[in-house]
Design a protein around this ligand. Structure first.
Ligand SMILES: *[C@@H]1O[C@H](CO)[C@@H](O)[C@H](O)[C@H]1NC(C)=O
Ligand SMILES: *[C@@H]1O[C@H](CO)[C@@H](O)[C@H](O)[C@H]1NC(C)=O
Ligand SMILES: *[C@@H]1O[C@H](CO)[C@@H](O)[C@H](O)[C@H]1NC(C)=O
Ligand SMILES: *[C@@H]1O[C@H](CO)[C@@H](O)[C@H](O)[C@H]1NC(C)=O
Length: 271
């Protein structure tokens, strides 16, 4: 029994890296400075809640379609909550993909307009990089233009990625031998500003990092005791929040994997 406890204590000492699996839900955040991103602060009752979007206030196709719950109608030139793919007929076929993840273009009519329909993305249907890159046939796959063709890649985890360009967006390419892709480690973060967190291989958790000012190296954090009300949330990428007295682990929603990060990244590049 005693040796077992000693063994467990030794094992836990050798795995000092601090991991977290959940970002905060808006409602568990207690100070306004941490209430950001998809959350909004109400000063009336000092509470944080998920942002709600009023589609009707969005007056252009790009701002409307970039909100996941809203969709622009070319027919009425108005923004409203997304209804069904078949309710949209667009002047640019590509815009069908913007209405909802479940929509694809149908066959263009004699007037040149394209009715949208429900369906799934097929990478091989795209003939150039701008239409191809970043489209996602499923939660774990992405299309990428490579050697003249739009190809489907598995991006469920860093170690499954076979393409150096895709790997290098969020993971780390190891060029030894035929090459392989792996998750970043805290040590790969080279500045104090970027030394916050790194995602695990399948992006289901993060390691919390800390910047060692004497060695100027980014290392695995052992705990968050040095974090304060002003840096707890940001230094942990929103996996911890300031609860009024200590930096406390979030119990909210779990991380959504690399696909959202990739899509977010592609979105930033496109718009
Ligand atoms: C819109 O897409 C989401 C997935 O992103 C899906 O869960 C939802 O059912 C779709 N809405 C409709 C009405 O098809
Ligand atoms: C990509 O291909 C589509 C379909 O052939 C075409 O409509 C579009 O103009 C092309 N885009 C670029 C940037 O070449
Ligand atoms: C790179 O890959 C090689 C061969 O698979 C492996 O031996 C090596 O440890 C890897 N390097 C790093 C830094 O992970
Ligand atoms: C910084 O790194 C040095 C050398 O590895 C170590 O002795 C020291 O404890 C580290 N400082 C902190 C604050 O972790």
């Amino acid at each position: 029994m005693k040796t077992q406890i000693l063994l467990i204590a030794m094992i836990s000492l050798s795995f000092q890296a601090l991991t977290a699996t959940k970002k905060c839900d808006c409602t568990e955040i207690v100070q306004s400075a941490d209430c950001k991103g998809g959350c909004t602060w109400s000063s009336a009752d000092s509470s944080c809640a998920a942002k709600t979007v009023d589609c009707a206030t969005l007056t252009s196709q790009p701002t409307c379609d970039s909100e996941s719950t809203c969709a622009w109608s070319d027919t009425t030139s108005k923004c409203a909550a997304f209804t069904a793919c078949a309710d949209y007929t667009v002047t640019t076929a590509e815009h069908c993909y913007y209405k909802n993840d479940t929509c694809i273009p149908g066959t263009a009519g004699a007037d040149g307009k394209t009715p949208c329909k429900t369906g799934s993305v097929t990478c091989s249907s795209f003939t150039n990089a701008s239409d191809c890159n970043g489209k996602s046939p499923s939660d774990t796959t992405m299309c990428w233009f490579k050697a003249g063709a739009c190809t489907q890649f598995d991006i469920s985890k860093c170690s499954a990625i076979t393409d150096q360009d895709i790997c290098s967006l969020f993971c780390k390419w190891n060029s030894t031998g035929t090459g392989s892709c792996a998750a970043l480690t805290c040590g790969d973060r080279t500045t104090a500003e970027t030394c916050k967190t790194v995602s695990s291989d399948d992006s289901s958790s993060v390691n919390i990092c800390t910047f060692n000012t004497s060695t100027t190296k980014c290392e695995d954090a052992v705990d968050v005791s040095a974090l304060t009300s002003s840096n707890c949330f940001d230094q942990t990428s929103g996996y911890y929040y300031w609860d009024g007295s200590v930096c406390s682990e979030c119990s909210g929603s779990s991380s959504n994997g690399y696909i959202l990060a990739f899509i977010g990244f592609i979105g930033m590049v496109m718009f």
